[in-house]
Write a protein of this length. Sequence first.
Length: 663
Amino acid sequence: MSIPITFAVSLADERDRAAIYAIRHQVYAEQLKQHSESGTGLLIDPLDEVNQYIAVKCSGEIAGFVSITPPNARGYSVDKYFARSSLPFVFDHRLYEVRLLTVTDAHRGTSIALLLMYAALRYVEALGARTIVAIGRLELLQMYRRAGLEPLGRRVKSGEVTYDLMVADVRDLLDRAALFDAALSRLQRRLDWQLSVAPFRRPAACYHGGKFFQAIGDDFETLERKDTIINADVLDAWFDPAPSVVAKLAAHLPFALKTSPPTDCDGMRRAIARARGVPADCVLPGAGSSDLIFAGLRHWVTPRSRVLILDPMYGEYAHVLEKVIGARVDRLSLSRTRSYDVDPGELSAHIRRGYDWVVLVNPNSPTGRHVMRHTLERALAQAPATRWWIDETYVDFAGPGQSLETHAAASANVVICKSMSKAYALSGARTAYLCGPAGMMDELRPLCPPWSVSLPGQIAACEALKAPDYYRERWEETAVLRAELGDDLRRLGWDVVPGCANFLLCHLPPEAPAAATLAERARAHGLFVRDVANMGTAADARLLRIAVKDRRTNRAMVNILRTITARSHVTNYVDASEIANSRSMTARSSSVCSSSALTYGSIIATGERAASTGRSSSRRSASRRTPSGSRSKASIRREAKAPTAPRRDQRSTSTGDAGKLGC
Ligand SMILES: Cc1ncc(COP(=O)(O)O)c(C=O)c1O
């Protein structure tokens, strides 16, 4: 197998500069005849005192370079040719000149020119540039145009070379760089990027739920609005933290707020280790699992790593692996016809291809499906040379004994990422930990900042781990509430994936609006649900995820959803946004909308009555309810084990093999 050539991108040091001046002489004096040749064989100009050069090197030799002139008292190279007053851009502290883009003979026709232009852009952006000015050789104008530089039609002849003056807004160039995404990704795998002022990729933020804070107000001035909305777009616990957690924090709140926490979370680490039965040096706490995902994966995974992930899966992983790190990511597609279960045979076939990392969420989000511990242990045994990152944020909802933490602690290659946000109702406290081989935890520990978990967070985590009975009861109640919610949603005609966590993934029926439209309409009623179109490459537009809440809130959610989907039957004919140019229809639509101003506040008052009316029509479910109206745990367990009733069009392919899975 041929080894791909690696390019190092860095700021030129003194030795590099000597080589650059020699190449400049060869190209601009000897070949292009812009300058007369000098006896020194070097081409230097006065701006070199203030210029920076970005160099691309291949096997230690300069393969190309570009010069950057920052704002400075000497001015810019364009000052030699044009009067500033005649130019249509501002000369200020945010104007940077990029010039002398040069690729050596041996590397012409490669992607080095693209790499140099992109490196210059990332560099000046990091320094605060707003505008880039450049002069480009006439013959190369098309290339510069493609990159987003705009020729101003102001030409100048220097020696035998004609240049055109070009200018561009840095933000426009960054937007334009998206056109070169695929080429840059390919390049990234062969790069040793040493420009420390900016990472190679400009990571876009990963999309998460949490839009409900727009309704509450993220300056917290109107925090009481939290009682008027339902935040089912995030998967926070429906229950409160254990009373002992709340009592301890309440008793010591001023101290907890004003005091520096233990630097390395050592007490929290010991509390986790005790609760999980693993050595304390196999545990590494962090400020929520997102903190640990960014720290751990960015340390262990490189652009050259090959990584397998599930599809669909919690989006932060694809974001960090692909957008932030630039790793080579393959996806194991989970199909609706198999209820999004991970097929162990397919997983084995994939891991035989030899991955550096396999990253799984188990139970998975947004599907809620779970691979049983013993099944996963068999897969781990097949790939001892692969490193495994298993996110067990929702494992407590899948029943006792399902965590692989003890396995990971005793292994050389398995890391469990455990958020305490959902199962321990601590999302706001930002508490999580990694559990894995002591060697790997030791490697990462120095890279985690001190005091990463706040003192309220550390206190809450320690206290929560001392209340296992309280939490176990809540996890069991979650199963009951989830099954009730699932029943109610199915009665709306929705196809509900039988998940085992604190949320449900639903396929909306064809007559309902698309998930994004439905989520937007629900928002007008104070209900926030999650359109999951961006959580997988094949996620369809009718896929919605909804968090399980307490019974009263679940009923209110169903009532809102019933209202807006009932309206959507009408809307299919009358909604102006969906049927263009139909004025009379628009009029009917708006009258339908205004007659149903149903909000969470109004629903919560009437929700119980409305929900119980709906339910009485279902004799089958009613017979399985306990006298209090909730369903018996035994009936829920029976249902959780059973596969989804396959839809008519799925019957021949649905596996329904509940035995190999937790749900
Ligand atoms: C699978 C998974 N891991 C991690 C997180 C984030 O957890 P934390 O609050 O600890 O950052 C989420 C949040 O939704 C999640 O679904």
